[in-house]
Design a binder for this molecule. Structure first.
Ligand code: SF4
Length: 407
C-alpha cells in the first residue's frame, strides 16, 4: 500500500480524537473547478498551543489495527475496516515534508495497540525521538500515550513531546468496564499519576539550566460523551476529579459518533453537538470562573442546551443580582452573564479611575444586551420587575437559527 493511501486511512481514523477542533467539519472541496479551497486536506487539523496560538497539525494514527475491542471504537479488533500501518520513518518523512511545505506546524500522533502496549509506545516514542534528535525538528508534538505501557517509556515520551495525553475514554469506571473491558482504569490513572509526578519534577528542575525539557504543554485527556448514560453532572464530576488529582491541562469532550456494525449496547444516534459545546463552557466555568459542579449541573444533572450554563445559573439565582459593577469583587463579577475574564480585568482597571457608566461598556468590549439586566452602573439600575420576570429568560435566549434544508 502506498503512503498516500495509508495517509487517507490513518488520517481518517484519527478524526475521532477530539483534541483537534477542526476534525469534525463538513467535507467540501473545489475539485469540480468551481471556487477554491478544500476541507479535505488529509490529516491536517488545528489545535491550540499553550500560548493560545492556533496551530495546524498533521493528525494521524501510526496504525488503525488494534488488539483491543473497545465497543465504541471504529478501529477495534472486530471492526470491518481496512487496516494500514505507517513505519516510523514514513511518519518522520511525512511530518518533515508537510512542515517544509508550510502545511503544518506540528504532529499529533496516536495509535491502535499492536503486539503489546510497550511495543506500540516504543514506536511512538521513536517517531518523536527521531524528529527531535536526528532532524532537529522544533515543531509541536502531541503524543497519545498507551496506558498499560511501561512508565519508563512514558517518561521518555515526555522528553521529546510537547504534550502527552492519555484518554480516560468514558465518564465512569462502570462504563469503561462494560464498553472497553480490556482497558484497565487503574492503569490509566496510574499513568496519569506518574505523569503528574514527572511534570512536577520537571517544573522544580526548571531552575537548573541543564534540566531536560519534559512535556512543557502538560498532559490532557479525552472523554467520549453520549456513548453511555452518564449525565452531564457525572461527566463534570469526573473532569473536576481529573483536574484536581492529575493537574490536567485540558479534558476534551468528544460526542460519540455511531459506528458501522456497532454493539447493541451503544446508542444508535450521536448526542447533540450542542451538548459537547455546553460541556466545554461548563468546564471553563469550573476552571476559570470559580463555579462548582453542583452549581452548574446540580438538580437534573443535565446542562440546558438552549442557553449557556452561566446564564442558566444566573437565571436560577436571581437573588444574586443586580450586582454593582463599581463595587462588586472580581469573583462576583465573574458570575455575571456576558462578562468574561478579560472584560472583568478591564472593568477592575477602569473603575480605579472613575465610576463605570452604561456608555463605557462597549469601550470595555462588553455587550450591553446581556449584561445590563444583571448589573447596576453609575447611571443604570435594571427594573426589578424585569429581573424577576420569566420574560428575561426569553429575552436572553439566543434566537433559533434557521437551518438550511437539503432539497
Ligand atoms: S485501544 Fe484505542 S484504538 Fe484500540 S479499540 Fe480501544 S479505543 Fe480503539
Amino acid at each position: 500500500m502506498d503512503v498516500r493511501r495509508k495517509l487517507e486511512i490513518l488520517a481518517d481514523a484519527a478524526k475521532y480524537d477530539a483534541s483537534c477542533a477542526s476534525s469534525g467539519t463538513d467535507k467540501r472541496h473545489a475539485g469540480d473547478g468551481k471556487g477554491i479551497g478544500s476541507t479535505e486536506g488529509m490529516g491536517i487539523c488545528h489545535s491550540y498551543a499553550p500560548d493560545g496560538r492556533c496551530i495546524s497539525l498533521l493528525k494521524i494514527l501510526m496504525t488503525n489495527a488494534c488488539m483491543f475491542d473497545c465497543r465504541y471504537c471504529i478501529n477495534r479488533a472486530s471492526s470491518n475496516v481496512q487496516r494500514a500501518r505507517f513505519t516510523v520513518d514514513e511518519i518522520v518523512d511525512l511530518t518533515l515534508d508537510f512542515y517544509r511545505r508550510n502545511y503544518i506546524e506540528g504532529l499529533f500522533l496516536s495509535s491502535g495497540i499492536i503486539r503489546s502496549p510497550d511495543y506500540t509506545m516504543e514506536q511512538l516514542v521513536l517517531v518523536a525521538k527521531k524528529l527531535r534528535l536526528e532532524h532537529g525538528f522544533k515543531g509541536y508534538i502531541h503524543l497519545k500515550t498507551i496506558p498499560d505501557a511501561d512508565q519508563e517509556l512514558t517518561s521518555q515520551a515526555g522528553l521529546y513531546a510537547d504534550r502527552l495525553s492519555i484518554n480516560i475514554e468514558l465518564p465512569t469506571d462502570d462504563s469503561l468496564a462494560a464498553l472497553a473491558p480490556e482497558k484497565d482504569v487503574r492503569a490509566i490513572r496510574r499513568t496519569m499519576g506518574g505523569l503528574r509526578v514527572r511534570l512536577e519534577e520537571a517544573e522544580a528542575e526548571k531552575k537548573s539550566a541543564k534540566a531536560p525539557r519534559f512535556a512543557p504543554a502538560g498532559q490532557s485527556t479525552q472523554m467520549i460523551i453520549g456513548a453511555d448514560a452518564a449525565s452531564d453532572r457525572t461527566i463534570l464530576d469526573t473532569s473536576a476529579n481529573l483536574y484536581g488529582s492529575y493537574r490536567l491541562k485540558r479534558v476534551y469532550y468528544s460526542a460519540f459518533s455511531p459506528i458501522p456494525d456497532a454493539s447493541a449496547d451503544l446508542p444508535l444516534a450521536a448526542p447533540p453537538l450542542m451538548r459537547e459545546h455546553r460541556l466545554y463552557q461548563a468546564d471553563w466555568l469550573l476552571r476559570f470562573y470559580g463555579f462548582s459542579v453542583e452549581e452548574i449541573a446540580g438538580g437534573a444533572g443535565m446542562l440546558p442546551l438552549d442557553i449557556d450554563p452561566k446564564l442558566a445559573w444566573a437565571l436560577r439565582h436571581r437573588e444574586w443580582f443586580p450586582l454593582d459593577v463599581n463595587r462588586a469583587s472580581k469573583e462576583q463579577l465573574l458570575r455575571v452573564p456576558g462578562l468574561g475574564k478579560k472584560a472583568v480585568d478591564r472593568i477592575l482597571t477602569a473603575r480605579r479611575h472613575r465610576a463605570i457608566r452604561s456608555d463605557d461598556l462597549r469601550r470595555l468590549r462588553v455587550s450591553p444586551g446581556k449584561v445590563l439586566p444583571f448589573v447596576v452602573l453609575a447611571d443604570h439600575r435594571p427594573q426589578g420587575s424585569l429581573l424577576d420576570s420569566e420574560r428575561l429568560a426569553e429575552r436572553l435566549r439566543p434566537q433559533v437559527q434557521q437551518l438550511s434544508l437539503a432539497l
